[in-house]
Design a protein around this ligand. Structure first.
Ligand code: GAR
Length: 214
């Protein structure tokens, strides 16, 4: 893979995010808070959930952010679901799509519709422990250090150039739950930082590497 941040709709001044969630939405909340506290220069154009009962939708409504629900069960195929979500994001003028606990795999055409403009947060130090329940996978494996990763989304699961990572030690008394709670604190710190870095531009993709101007 190679290339640079694509020229977005509305030019570089467009700092509109589309945040995709499936559940609790604590990373969404971290993004909302970072914007409110001016640590992140962005605006959330829309929060989209594939589940009507996602608690994160209430967080968005409380913050006065527009929401949309696309229930994947009502679409005949994954492609049809992806296309509907992409149309909504484009309609709202979204430049950067942020997956925040969005538990659906997005297909090739969705990824192609937002070249180098989809971020995901994953609760491990990728490339270790891809997929579901990464914190428990790390705990069961017995690693001494795990963490969190924000990366650019490619069609492969939990793959793609790494924008930010944070390490979290696994303590002897940890349970998967206590470990996940400490990782989450780091997720909330690095996701807004990564979004800011991507929106600010001045980076390029070299092979697998996200390279920032020094
Ligand atoms: C977070 O821990 C996020 O890293 C993880 O889901 C949780 C969502 O929490 N994502 C994945 O595992 C993606 N592979 P949140 O809804 O409170 O942000």
């Amino acid at each position: 893979m190679s290339g640079q941040g694509s020229e977005p709709t509305g030019g570089r001044g467009n700092r509109r995010l589309g945040v995709l969630i499936s559940g609790r939405g604590s990373n969404l909340q971290a993004i909302i808070d970072a914007i409110a506290e001016r640590r992140l220069d962005a605006e959330i154009a829309v929060v989209i959930s594939n589940r009507r009962d996602a608690a994160g939708l209430d967080r968005a409504r409380r913050a006065g952010i527009g929401t949309a629900v696309f229930s994947h069960a009502s679409y005949e195929s994954r492609e049809a679901f992806d296309a509907a979500v992409a149309v909504e994001l484009k309609r709202r003028g979204v430049r950067l799509v942020c997956l925040a606990g969005f538990m659906r795999l997005l297909g090739d055409s969705f990824v192609a519709a937002f070249p180098n403009a989809i971020l995901n947060i994953h609760p491990s130090l990728l490339p270790a422990f891809v997929g579901l329940d990464a914190q428990r996978q790390a705990w069961e494996h017995g690693v001494r250090v795990t963490g969190a990763t924000v990366h650019i989304v490619t069609p492969e699961l939990d793959d793609g150039p790494i924008v930010r990572q944070a390490a979290v030690p696994v303590l002897p008394a940890d349970t998967p739950e206590s470990l996940a709670a400490r990782i989450l604190v780091e997720e909330h710190r690095i996701y807004p930082e990564a979004i800011q870095a991507v929106l600010d531009g001045g980076w390029r993709i070299d092979g697998r590497r996200f390279v920032e101007a020094s």
